[in-house]
Design a protein around this ligand. Structure first.
Ligand code: B12
Ligand code: SF4
Length: 514
């Protein structure tokens, strides 16, 4: 079959700091190709809706599949699906990905018949069966695992058996030089592990994968890395190097193969402290950037997000990360309960530390525990505002003041790490990029004020809402994980962790529970 896979356009975040290849779609494309299908891939982060229409007319695909990892992209995807059916009425349209899995029924409703199916869960094991079902019985996908149609839900989602089975189809992207993160310009993405064994209340990474944790083999990873052309590599794992043994094994395989890249990764403070040798080793292999989800600078905030880590451990982790001599970025979650004083305290703290501080807004997402506890308080049902840059819960400060304070706090990052200050300290790197025709990093330095603007953020709340997001049916006082999971939780059996690491996860998990 002739298949077109599409990643939707950028959200606020990707307009400045980074833009990454749609890795999920690339592995789905790879699995479809392995079954003999012809695949075209379009990334609307770097191409325009006009390119999409042109491709539809040129390719006349039998099937169009959209990737919906981000809730904020739902309206855009629904509109594109409707446009697709207008132009090519017999083309089958489906949607997959992280967020689509949690709001499958609503997406079908919004589509009013333009979306034939939402495919829940991991795409690799089911894309083949779906395409074959479309070829055989174009109006009935009811036997495809994870398929949700207006007629009902198919058999349970299927989990990929071996992460090494599909290498991302990186060759399908036409503008690979547009992907970057900070000075890693251009930058590719790679996955070492999948899933997270923790269960933070604001996060849906664990509910999607049923708290499983799977690893790729060092050989598979090295093979994948050796195919990457870009000098920068973003490791997309939720928490990198949870298991020291695996981190070391991958590192040794990379060193043996003589691969030299610059890496970005994200991890937890306690994992960093537990596996210091792994991170030191990776520094020698090219680890350049690290992101730590600190989330709060007080114990109360950490408990609220059920982060299972103490403040002192987080600060110790920051000290260690600094000692590695790499660029460290951290995230803090701004709560709608913050008043001016609280913002000021956080701002001062951000100014005092050398790290890049990213401030996001506490947002209950479908698929998280907070969605079930907080959803009735939401002030908007506009999907587009669920991008962790807008307030969707009632704020203590009047909303215009909340945004003023938020952007003022985010401005610290702009002052410290963007604009001329950044150019001075990275002049040689920037000049090198420009000589090679790479402009993403340099352009990023002056974009902050055009994207982060309290007035624009406030105005976003006044837009009319064509597709209102549904709320959960009833308040559930005790949310059983089974109600949240997309892939069924299999307990320890679903986690490839040695005994000591499993214990470490459980100890940190139990900390802070009442
Ligand atoms: C890497 C990553 C990013 C990258 C973006 C990469 C990209 N271009 O897509 C960056 C760093 C830019 C990013 C940014 C953001 N992210 Co992010 N990100 C992730 C992360 C850690 C991994 C995604 C990944 O690449 N996984 C590996 C690939 C192989 O898996 P995958 O993409 O999920 O694809 C699989 C399935 O979803 C499915 N699938 C996907 N697409 C399709 C399509 C079809 C047709 C089918 C059948 C199946 C299918 O099959 C794939 C293979 O199994 C996830 C967490 C997670 N564990 O999923 C968060 C996550 C997706 N991000 C999240 C958020 C909130 C954001 C931000 C809004 C804010 C932020 N600061 O993080 C921004 C906005 C980004 C934007 N669109 O502009 C949330 C999503 C919340 C939500 N419900 O919307 C997640 C779940 C993190 C979390 N713990 O809450 N992110
Ligand atoms: S440790 Fe990170 S990825 Fe894992 S559940 Fe918590 S926030 Fe999500």
């Amino acid at each position: 079959m002739n298949v077109l896979l599409v990643h939707p356009g950028p959200l606020m975040y990707t307009k400045i700091y980074l833009r990454l290849e749609p890795l999920g779609l690339e592995v789905v494309a790879s699995a479809a190709r392995a079954r003999g299908h012809r695949v075209t891939l379009l990334d609307l982060q770097v191409e325009s809706p006009r390119d999409y229409v042109r491709l539809l007319k040129e390719e006349r695909p039998d099937v169009v599949g959209f990737s919906c990892n981000y809730l904020a992209n739902v309206p855009e995807i629904v509109d594109l699906a409707k446009l697709t059916k207008q132009l090519l009425p017999t083309t089958r349209v489906f949607v997959g990905g992280h967020s689509a899995s949690f709001v499958a029924g609503a997406i079908l409703e919004h589509g009013e018949g333009a979306i034939d199916c939402v495919l829940k869960g991991e795409g690799e094991p089911v894309i083949g069966p779906l395409l074959e079902a479309i070829a055989d019985t174009p109006d009935d996908f009811s036997l495809v695992p994870g398929a949700v149609t207006r007629a009902g839900e198919g058999p349970a989602v299927r989990m990929l058996e071996h992460l090494d089975d599909h290498y991302p189809a990186r060759d399908l992207l036409r503008h690979r030089r547009k992907y970057f993160i900070g000075v890693l310009d251009p930058c590719a993405s790679i996955e070492f592990t999948r899933g997270c064994p923790w269960d933070c209340s604001f996060c849906s990474a664990w509910t999607f994968y049923g708290r499983s944790y799977r690893v790729r083999s060092p050989e598979g990873i090295v093979e994948d890395l050796s195919r990457v052309q870009e000098p920068g590599v973003f490791i997309v794992d939720d928490v990198a190097f949870i298991q020291a043994k695996q981190g070391m094994a991958i590192g040794e395989a990379v060193a043996r193969r003589g691969i030299r890249k610059q890496y970005y990764l994200e991890t937890r403070g306690d994992v960093l402290l537990r596996n210091k040798d792994v991170f030191r080793f990776w520094k020698t292999l090219g680890l350049a950037y690290m992101f730590i989800g600190i989330e709060a600078i007080d114990e109360e905030g950490l408990a609220l997000h059920r982060k299972r880590i103490t403040l002192s451990k987080n600060f110790e982790a920051l000290e260690f990360a600094r000692s590695l001599g790499i660029t460290v970025a951290i995230n803090l979650i701004a709560d709608p309960s913050w008043d001016r004083r609280r913002f000021e305290i956080v701002r001062q703290w951000c100014l005092e530390i050398p790290e890049i501080v990213n401030v996001s807004v506490n947002t209950p997402y479908p698929g998280t525990e907070t969605w079930h506890t907080e959803a009735r308080r939401v002030t908007t049902r506009d999907y587009r505002l669920y991008d962790i840059q807008h307030a969707v819960l009632p704020t203590i400060l009047p909303l215009p003041e909340f945004y003023e304070e938020l952007v003022k706090t985010q401005q610290v990052l702009n002052t410290k790490h963007l604009g001329w200050t950044a150019l001075k300290s990275t002049a040689r790197i920037a000049a090198g990029h420009l000589l090679r025709g790479q402009t993403n990093f340099v352009k990023m330095l002056w974009k902050f004020n055009s994207v982060y603007n309290p007035k624009l953020q406030l105005a976003d709340h006044a837009r009319s809402v064509t597709y209102p997001m549904p709320l959960p049916p009833d308040r559930v006082p005790d949310i059983a994980p089974q109600l949240l999971y997309i892939h069924r939780g299999q307990g320890r059996a679903g986690r490839v962790l040695d005994e000591a690491t499993e214990q470490f996860v459980e100890t940190t998990r139990m900390r802070n529970t009442g």
